[in-house]
Ligand binder design. Structure first.
Ligand code: CA
Length: 251
């Protein structure tokens, strides 16, 4: 399933000009909520908090979005017009999708809340809720181990602090452009596993909507060079036609 969207292109030599985006974090969230007012307010509030937000109203659209895009977290309303949010969650977890999920439940539905957590939700919020709380809870979710914020990621001598977004190699700071930082972060999170090129493209879209078709190979090329120059004990391998893999080198 994770091969979906992979293209047979391989690394191309560096040619393009590079313009580095200057603002915004690039966590990408999916809001699954059918009530237009809540959806709009939620999206706007999260965007003000510098998240990149996609909003869908139907369970079917959510399923498609989650299959095609790598989200850092999802906010899931349980009552959707074309089905139950809970069964979507069950389906996701069954397919091995571990995206952190915060469910939105009606005020008195204690049972629904418990079912949601049992089904693999990471947190819940009771409607009506304050936007400030939604943002705080979402950030907390991203900070958990395995979440997208607030942990130190390490492979060999290469350490990435996800709070400061600083990279160091054997304790020496390594300056990286934002997009290379995003790629390194994602490869570190999935170290030892192949990350499809399409997933890395998604990460870059969060930073810059205008992406050249060879952006990922170009950034990986630079990142590799910088890691090598900094004597990192990690390597990024190209898996032809699929994506990239970060591994620790021996010795
Ligand atoms: Ca609803």
């Amino acid at each position: 399933m994770w091969l979906k969207g992979a293209t047979p292109k391989d690394v191309q030599p560096h040619r393009g000009r590079l313009v580095f985006a200057s603002k915004g974090k690039h966590m990408r969230l999916l809001v699954i909520e059918d009530e237009p007012r809540i959806s709009e307010m939620t999206k706007a509030a999260l965007e003000r908090a510098e998240f990149v937000v996609d909003a869908v109203h139907l369970r079917g659209d959510a399923r498609e979005a989650l299959a095609n895009t790598s989200y850092d977290a999802a906010i899931l309303d349980l009552g959707l017009p074309d089905g139950d949010g809970l069964s979507l969650l069950v389906e996701l977890r069954r397919d091995g999708n571990q995206v952190p999920v915060l469910i939105l439940t009606a005020r008195d539905a204690v049972e629904q809340r418990v079912l949601g957590l049992d089904a693999g939700a990471d947190d819940y919020l009771v409607k009506p809720f304050a936007m400030s709380e939604l943002i705080a809870r979402t950030k907390a979710l991203l900070r958990r181990p395995g979440g997208a914020l607030g942990t130190t990621l390490q492979a060999g001598n290469t350490v990435f602090d996800t709070i400061g977004r600083d990279v160091s190699i054997a304790g020496v700071p390594l300056q990286l452009p934002r997009r290379e930082t995003a790629i390194l972060e994602h490869l570190l999170r999935r170290q030892g596993r192949v990350v499809p090129k399409s997933v890395l493209e998604d990460k870059l879209y969060g930073i810059d909507k205008e992406l050249e078709s060879n952006a990922v190979p170009v950034h990986v090329h630079h990142l590799r060079r910088r890691l090598q120059e900094g004597r990192a004990s990690v390597e990024i391998h190209t898996v032809r036609g699929v994506g990239y893999l970060l591994v620790e080198t021996k010795g």
